[in-house]
Write a protein of this length. Structure first.
Length: 333
């Protein structure tokens, strides 16, 4: 176990060099004080008093110098030895990642996949605790709302979100997950979760590569599958020739449930069918189950700080210095 001495702010130790002129001034003052004591004469009692005054003067100066040195060392943040420190989690940080590609505009029933996803996301945002963020993706992924305790800001963003919020064509779930991952700060000990709302169709990018990076970062992926296995026609694209994609026939988009389930399970996450009436309670209970209470999540070794020790030593030397000074003044006739 490493016991080496190190400092958090080693540049502060330069202040020790400033003690050199202080020592020189104290020495010059001592010589002057030594000469002044000659006025007491040469009797035995006066010699004894002179020696005690000199001794107390030297002790006072030395203690005050050690006080300054100890204080400088304390400010430098000395550390040595190791200790076991608990790690505390603050709960769960959640980023809502919404696929806003054209396939999410497929209407199956009286509502589109995107509108259904937004209903679930808004309801979840109203009932969740902790920090919340939002990312959206079409051809590219964008972190739209950084993690914040102001869930109202996330709710307002979701209320105004439409499929035209991001330009571009196609679907790239890799960039969407990457954008959501960038919201997390590894220095903060909170459980990190991405909730992906998508039908699972991805025309570009590598979802598997994104999951590999999520696993490496320790992020949990929860997927909410939108749409149905039977599928539906994708709305016309006004940018394509004739307002259609290819061959004059609208493409059919299907929910890739197994793709979404597999992605979630690889990270230890959960897959939720977006068509369930209880989708929001299921999501909420699952997130709460990850860290029901903020508390100890583990332990790690860290170098033991020693600032308090040197502060106590500094106060001790200051007390000795003042005590000697006070006693010396009482002895001076």
């Amino acid at each position: 176990m490493n016991q080496a001495l190190r400092f958090d702010n080693p540049l502060v130790l330069i202040g020790l060099a400033g003690l050199i002129p202080v020592i020189i001034l104290a020495f010059l003052h001592y010589r002057r004080y030594h000469l002044d004591l000659g006025v007491f004469g040469a009797s035995m009692e006066q010699d004894a008093l002179r020696r005690e005054l000199r001794f107390r003067y030297v002790c006072s100066c030395l203690a005050f110098g050690l006080f300054l040195a100890s204080l400088i060392i304390a400010l430098a943040g000395p550390r040595w030895g190791r200790r076991i420190v608990p790690e505390y989690r603050r709960g769960v940080d959640v980023v809502l990642a919404l696929d806003v590609s054209r396939s999410m505009e497929v209407r199956e029933g009286d509502i589109s996949r995107l509108d259904r996803a937004l209903l679930i996301a808004r309801d979840f945002a109203e009932h969740t605790g902790g920090r919340l963020g939002a990312a959206i993706g079409k051809g590219i992924g964008v972190l739209a709302v950084p993690l914040t305790y102001d869930t109202g800001a996330v709710f307002t963003f979701l209320e105004g979100l439409t499929g035209s919020a991001v330009t571009g064509r196609g679907t790239n779930l890799e960039t969407l997950i990457d954008a959501a991952s960038r919201a997390f700060q590894t220095s903060l000990p909170a459980r990190q979760v991405i909730i992906l709302f998508s039908d699972g169709e991805s025309l570009s990018g590598s979802l598997s590569a994104a999951i590999d990076r999520v696993l490496e970062a320790g992020i949990t992926l929860v997927t909410v599958g939108m749409g149905s296995e039977t599928g539906g026609p994708v709305p016309l694209d006004p940018l394509s020739p004739g307002g259609l994609d290819t061959g004059g026939i609208p493409p059919i988009s299907y929910r890739r449930g197994e793709v979404l389930r597999s992605a979630a399970e690889r990270t230890g996450g959960w897959y939720v069918d977006g068509n369930r009436e209880d989708a929001v309670p299921v999501l909420t209970e699952y997130i709460r189950s990850l860290t029901p209470e903020a508390g100890v999540s583990g332990y790690h070794l860290e170098t033991r700080p020693r600032q308090r020790l040197f502060i106590l030593i500094a106060l001790l030397f200051l007390g000795v210095s003042k005590g000697c000074e006070k006693r010396r003044k009482k002895l001076v006739p």
